[in-house]
Design a binder for this molecule. Structure first.
Ligand SMILES: [Zn+2]
Length: 288
């Protein structure tokens, strides 16, 4: 059985902490380096639901994409929900390790997993990491489709392949336009519009798109005859958990460790219900 320190060293090798953004909070949040690890759970969010899942599973290590304390804290009192997470982890001898923006820009990283879930062929990073001489690391990915799909069919594929959420996939732009190239970025993507325009792709799949950037983006037909596909933030990052689990499985085999690696099936998307407007089948864009 490996020690926590050995497993963390392997994870740090995949997603070095120094490659995280300066504002980020990655690395080990809770854990005794000398503790043995037999079971690992990967999840997007370090919240009560996934911690409870780790307890039920008998996991010794929970690896999440999102940080627990992004902006630091002065208390881990169990009267706060994050403090309760810390208490539950420590009482159950479960370590917590975070790989966030260092996993976004990794090769392979969060957007490779998103592209893989949709059978998109990754061509290059959308925003290459200037410190990578091979040009393989960076934010987002520019991808090609083996066979062109309409925006409508690409959205249907995303809805089918990504884990189910009440939001599903929102589309901006002509649903009948053909997509041959698409930029993808797991998580919030509306800071990337300039890079998407420069990439001359037919569509952009991401999450958390706001009204004004999206509206201006699709209105600017001269520069971007593009469609936007907006999925739930959690759903765009969840495929990374499967990728990361497979990577740790492979490392475990290579080291002769007997690790059991699991992926959380708990939906931690905060949106829990959706009321569709009546009669939205008119796709002309005109109000009914
Ligand atoms: Zn995220």
């Amino acid at each position: 059985m490996p020690r926590l320190s050995e497993v963390i060293a392997a994870l740090e090798n995949l997603w070095p902490a120094e490659r995280a953004e300066s504002w980020d909070a990655v690395g080990t949040v809770v854990g005794d380096p000398g503790q043995e690890v037999t079971r690992v759970l990967f999840a997007v969010d370090p919240v009560r639901e996934t911690v409870d899942e780790a307890v039920t599973l008998g996991a010794d290590l929970l690896v999440t994409h999102h940080p627990l304390y992004l902006r630091g804290t002065t208390t881990v009192a169990a009267s706060t929900f994050k403090g309760r997470v810390v208490h539950t982890l420590i009482k159950n001898d479960i370590a917590l390790h975070v790989a966030h923006t260092n996993a976004d820009t990794a090769d392979p990283g969060v957007s490779d997993a998103l592209a893989g879930a949709l059978d998109l062929r990754v061509v290059r990073p959308l925003v290459p990491d200037p410190t990578d001489p091979d040009g393989r690391r960076g934010l987002g990915r520019v991808c090609e489709l083996d066979h062109p799909l309409t925006v409508r069919d690409l959205a249907a594929r995303a809805a089918e392949r990504l884990p189910a959420t009440v939001q599903g996939i929102r589309v901006a732009g002509d649903p009948d336009a053909l997509v041959r190239t698409v930029a993808v970025s797991g998580g919030s993507g509306d800071s990337l519009f300039d890079h998407v325009r420069a990439a001359s792709v037919d569509a952009f799949l991401t999450a958390d798109l706001r009204h004004h950037p999206a509206s201006e983006f699709v209105a600017d037909r001269a520069h971007s005859p593009l469609a936007l596909l907006d999925a739930a933030h959690w759903a765009t990052e969840w495929p990374w958990c499967e990728l990361a689990a497979a990577q740790l499985d492979e490392i475990s085999d290579r080291h002769g460790w007997d690790l059991r690696v699991h992926v959380s099936k708990t939906v931690t998307d905060p949106w829990t219900a959706h009321a569709a407007s009546p009669a939205t089948t008119d796709t002309s864009g005109a109000p009914n």
